[in-house]
Ligand binder design. Sequence first.
Ligand code: PHE
Ligand code: CO
Length: 296
Amino acid sequence: MSIQPRRVENVQTDKGSVPVYATGIVEQPWDDYSATDHDVWKQLYKRQRRLLVGRASDEFLIAQDAMGMTPDAIPKFAELNSVLRAATGWELIGVEGLLPELTFFDHLANRRFPVTWWIRTPEQLDYLAEPDLFHDLFGHVPLLMNPLFGDYMAAYGRGGVKAHGIGPEALVNLTRLYWYTVEFGLIRQKDGLRIYGSGIVSSMGESIHCLESPAPNRIGFDLQRIMRTRYRIDTYQKTYFVIDSFAQLIEATEPDFTPIYAHLATQDSIPAGAVLATETVFHRGTGEGWSNEGDV
Ligand code: PHE
Ligand code: CO
């Protein structure tokens, strides 16, 4: 049996009912991880790494290697932190689970990435409904080693604090940006489409689905289009947005969003699976073949 986190309450959000945990920073209780916990880490790590070579972006794979994570045991946050701090000034902090939005934004703005300390059970290898240590650490942390992506995450945190002050609609817009980039983003490399989103790299099924299934739409990154697009949290995504580089992501999100939020307040949202008449959809391969295969 693994140790259980203290769940505080459930709150209704844009994403449905989500559990909220104690908001404090907790010391990673590394000595308390069971052999089963370490084995879950090992199985998931090996399975995903095998799958991700050739599917995840080179940046992700390089960053993960540079961090010194291994399948052997659940990493110690303190050890990863010395590498991470030296590389980009980011550090991990241990938490019980999802945080209130403003708390989360404030951590990111200050280059602290909250990592859930507990790991899923062996019955949950393929899916669980909320972030655990494997999703947070394996999925999110490697790219914090990348200077451009690290800057993007901190800028997102500052933008989150600002959007929180503007109002709930602005927050919905901004959260969609996080969802379709940080969690479920694809990137076009010279040799084709690759994954960089954490929600994908920590999922065996979605790592294959997002690139190989003909079902989802893969559409070029467009800030306002993303901010209008609803999303699903209980199935694979119906739409993925594709960036050309992390530099593109930073450039596109540099402008002040305040007038953009005001404009979007006058626009309808777009269903998760829709393709607009003017949009083209990517295939895998070289990423060069464009077509209008999607549903309008
Ligand atoms: N430029 C955004 C703003 O003014 C901040 C931001 C940067 C948001 C990067 C997301 C990502 O609100
Ligand atoms: Co996540």
